[in-house]
Design a protein around this ligand. Structure first.
Ligand SMILES: [Zn+2]
Length: 321
């Protein structure tokens, strides 16, 4: 009996060592790339623009097991990545405020978040794995027709937007009703962007969207129209414009990081499997945190990829490959 106990202790220690060694393999590289995942519908059945709740949950499990940790897009833009050493940031985005992204269920006068909606799945997973982090940006459509108007439960529109903001999520601008911005003159483009923020502010006073996801991935004639300005008495200012494809984003510390053309990865089976597998095979291309928020750790060989100016004082640490 005693021998068994000793043996099982040795085995456990060996397993722990192996898993620790696995995690420790990733050397810090804060010039590596970052995945910004783009979800649309969370619903049934699984199709081109739909991920089932079960598959979404599986995505989170896979990302967690492989050392990815959630950060908000705003933190990426601010270059404030305060993750433990050896982990990799990942950003979640949800476009179009479709019903399955955030649903409340009522029973006997009780209201609760549908555990099969994206927010329900995410909250349950974060409760189980608090070190996964927290964050996601919801690119909502406040003026769309049904079913994509603010998650399709008019009575809970305000409650949902307030919930997101008070639980560490971001609300993003996706225009008022998903306008194809290439088709419209400046005044219409600006009104689409400003009106979206006005409608969001009806529910969350003073909330300002910090980023914009292009409907259909289509840029307006002049991108400056969606970056800063005002229309109908509402001023807006965006730090980033998100595309609908393009692969992983460059590191925010890299020269090639361009917030006005931020690429995303569509969170469908093929794309996810491809990119997660890609970084498994090419771990040197993945952003890996050094665990030190005051420093940027980069491989010496990639020194010339570092941006010339960084927004706040950061020490630069070089690492030989
Ligand atoms: Zn969209």
């Amino acid at each position: 009996m005693k021998l068994l106990l000793v043996l099982s202790l040795i085995l456990t220690a060996a397993l722990l060592l192996v898993s620790f060694a696995g995690a420790a393999e990733l050397a810090p590289n804060e010039l590596g790339r970052v995945m910004i995942l783009e979800y649309h519908k969370i619903d049934y059945p699984e199709e081109r623009w739909t991920r089932t709740p079960e598959n979404f949950r599986r995505d989170l499990e896979t990302l967690y097991a492989k050392g990815y940790r959630l950060i908000n897009l705003g933190d990426l833009l601010d270059r404030r990545i305060t993750l433990p050493a050896g982990t990799t940031p990942v950003v979640l985005t949800f476009d179009d405020s479709s019903p399955g992204q955030f649903r409340y269920l009522e029973s006997n006068g009780n209201v609760q978040i549908d555990p099969k909606s994206a927010v329900g799945v995410l909250e349950a997973f974060i409760a189980e794995k608090p070190d996964f982090g927290r964050g996601a940006t919801f690119y909502v459509l406040p003026g769309a027709s049904k079913p994509n108007r603010l998650f399709n439960q008019p009575e809970y529109e305000g409650r949902k937007l307030q919930y997101l903001v008070s639980h560490g999520y971001e609300i993003g601008n996706h225009t008022l009703w998903h306008a194809n911005l290439a088709k419209y003159p400046e005044a219409t483009v600006r009104a689409q962007v400003a009106d979206a923020q006005t409608w969001i502010q009806r529910h969350v006073p003073d909330y300002r969207t910090r980023t914009l996801a292009l409907p259909h991935g289509v840029y307006p004639t002049d991108v400056s129209w969606v970056l800063h300005g005002s229309a109908k008495g509402m001023s807006y200012s965006h730090d980033a414009v998100l595309m609908v494809s393009g692969g992983p984003a460059p590191s925010p510390f890299s020269r090639t990081f361009d917030p006005v053309h931020l690429p995303r990865i569509q969170a469908v089976e093929r794309e996810l499997a491809y990119w997660i597998g890609y970084f498994d095979k090419n771990p040197g291309e993945r952003f890996v945190s050094d665990g030190d928020a005051t420093a940027v750790t980069i491989p010496t060989a990639r020194r010339d990829h570092l941006r010339a100016e960084l927004p706040h004082p950061l020490r630069i640490l070089e690492r030989k490959p």
